[in-house]
Write a protein that binds this ligand. Structure first.
Ligand code: BTN
Length: 250
């Protein structure tokens, strides 16, 4: 791993522009950044590792990336009472998609509820876990993995920024940009809920208009609704999905 591309505090903290990322809790290696944040830390605290030995995905899955290739971070948030924590997955996905677009100049999408897609491949994932009244929002973003280094056999094919455009990137500026974008989206969401970011979300909705499969039935993805659920048009009826995953035609 080139020294210049570690996510050590000395390289990342000078690039931070807001409150997210303070304090910046870094370990070169950890089991999962989801386990590094003490609930007594202030909102905006972030945990970062250059490699995880037991990275966690949604629905009991694992999340793997070779050392020094990805952004692996977890953020401590204390959302206002009454807001659905699940919406934070969408905010994380939106901020990651925007950061990917800024870095690559390519359009990125959000595959409900938590995947960041680039060129039809999953380059990032978001995991929201509650801890008392706090939420630990984990984001994994595949930056510099070669094709050979990406996991195979996933239901949604994995990608990375490097595998998409053959450009190796420093991760520190990308992480700082991601945190700044997430803070902006979060502040807007605190004030006005998902409506505040709905246009940005809707315009990146990967499943909208796609053929999808739900409990054995075939339908068309209508889109993410204003409360963060996903609406599917099935023959003769509409269904709103609260959580889980939606299979789609590749
Ligand atoms: C998913 O798509 O299933 C969510 C993946 C979330 C992975 C990130 S990597 C940083 C943080 N630490 C973890 O153990 N998981 C999340």
């Amino acid at each position: 791993m080139p020294l210049m591309d570690l996510l050590v505090p000395d390289l990342v903290e000078p690039l931070l522009t807001g409150d997210f990322g303070r304090p910046y809790v870094y370990e070169a290696a950890c089991d999962s950044t989801q386990r590094m944040l003490d609930a007594s830390l202030p909102e905006g605290a972030v945990a970062v590792c250059d490699v995880q030995t037991a990275g966690r995905g949604r629905i009991g899955r694992t999340w793997e990336a070779p050392a020094g290739t990805a952004i692996l971070c977890s953020l401590l948030l204390r959302p206002p009472a009454g807001r659905r924590a699940a919406e934070l997955s969408l905010l994380g996905g939106l901020a990651a998609a925007e950061a990917v677009e800024h870095a690559t100049g390519l359009a990125a999408q959000i595959k409900w509820p938590n995947d960041v897609m680039l060129n039809r491949r999953k380059v990032g994932g978001v995991l929201a876990e509650t801890a008392g009244d706090a939420v630990v929002l984990g984001i994994g973003l595949n930056v510099n993995q070669s094709r050979e280094e990406l996991p195979t056999g996933a239901r949604v094919p994995a990608g990375s920024l490097y595998a998409t455009d053959s450009i190796r990137r420093e991760r520190a500026p990308l992480l700082a940009d991601l945190l700044a974008r997430l803070e902006t989206a979060y502040r807007r969401w605190q004030l006005a809920g998902l409506d505040a970011v709905y246009d940005e979300l809707g315009s990146r909705d990967f499943l909208r208009g796609r053929r999808v499969y739900l409990d054995g039935a075939e339908g068309i993805g209508v889109g993410i609704d204003r409360s963060g659920r996903f609406e599917v048009a099935l023959p003769g009826r509409r269904r709103v999905v609260e959580s889980g995953e939606i299979a789609y035609e590749r």
